[in-house]
Design a protein around this ligand. Structure first.
Ligand SMILES: [Zn+2]
Length: 313
């Protein structure tokens, strides 16, 4: 009955990996009796180590002769065993990595909800996801009558899109059924809800923060040096545009501010000419000419705000 495949799910590699079994203790190898029935069962406890990344885990395996796999014709095709691994892990779906950006009260519910999901406590998981949405509404000071209205208010206020609001309604329905009707959701339903929740929390609390960190690192590493190439000049321009809004009118001096000192006068002239050519040829989508004075370009209108990956790449 024992299936010794030595492949277990590694929480660090996030996949099935070969493990070395460092220690095994088997119990219940023999027989137990239920009435007159004799059932053979086997339980093993193991300490395992991933051969790829050396992550350690504890594993409990159980199998008995009632645990039989059948083919489509109802024929027995062998036994299966149940495998539990500790610390518990999520074999499908993903967890938010930069969780420290999420406000504390929401972070706590998120972590507990994931613990429930990993422990396969599906009703509590559904309730947890519903509580996350409630906590987000409280945090964003959305104070409607009930969660249904609050989600619509989140959408109407522009904090999330209406499409996201529709998805959140689905999350709360699942939570409501779990609380009121004790309806157990499926693992796949909960994985979908996890994805919706991750998306919500990332767009509200994480993406901007990660972006800001990247940009400040960029300021220190790349933008403090003397600018000698046209590429670096364009990167600086893009970085500066992020401080403005669409339709703002600016001069190049205002845009560059003190950073203009980092470019030699000859280079500034050449880089600006190159920038003008890009704008004229429609090769620079972020600025447009605003005012021409004596055929000289005096100011620019911001027509698009660059995303971070444009700047950092
Ligand atoms: Zn591993």
């Amino acid at each position: 009955m024992k299936i010794d495949k030595n492949k277990y799910y590694c929480r660090n590699c996030q996949g099935l990996r070969k493990h070395e079994v460092l220690f095994t203790k088997s119990i219940g190898k023999n027989y137990t009796y239920e009435g007159d029935e004799e059932i053979s069962w086997n339980e093993e406890y193991k300490i395992i180590e991933c051969l790829g990344c050396e992550t350690m885990a504890f594993c409990k395996e159980y199998g008995d002769e009632t645990m039989v796999n059948y083919d489509n014709y109802g024929e027995e095709i062998g036994f299966y065993i149940s495998v539990e691994i500790y610390p518990t892990l999520l074999e499908e779906g993903s967890e938010i990595k930069d969780i420290h950006y999420i406000p504390n009260e929401i972070q706590t519910i998120y972590q507990e909800t994931l613990l429930a999901l990993k422990a396969k406590a599906f009703i509590l998981t559904a309730v947890g996801f519903r509580s996350i949405i409630e906590a987000v509404c409280n945090r964003e000071r959305i104070l409607g009558k009930g969660l249904f209205e609050n989600i619509n208010l989140l959408g109407n206020s522009g904090i999330i899109t209406m499409k996201e609001a529709d998805r959140l309604h689905a999350v709360t329905f699942l939570g409501n059924d779990a609380i009121h009707d004790i309806t157990k959701p499926t693992f796949q339903q909960l994985l979908a809800v996890l994805e919706i929740t991750n998306h919500l929390l990332s767009s509200l609390y994480i993406n901007d923060n990660v972006l800001n960190e990247k940009l400040s690192a960029l300021t220190k590493d790349k933008l403090s040096a003397i600018i000698k190439t046209e590429d670096d000049f364009i990167r600086l321009i893009l970085f500066k545009i992020r401080n403005y809004s669409i339709n703002d009118i600016i001069t190049i001096e205002k845009l560059l501010g003190k950073d203009i000192r980092r470019i030699s006068k000859t280079d500034v002239r050449n880089f600006i000419m190159a920038l003008h050519k890009k704008i004229k040829d429609n090769n620079f989508e972020f600025l447009n000419f605003d005012e021409l004075l004596d055929k000289q370009i005096k100011s620019y209108k911001i027509v698009k705000i660059p995303y971070s990956n444009i700047i950092t790449n």
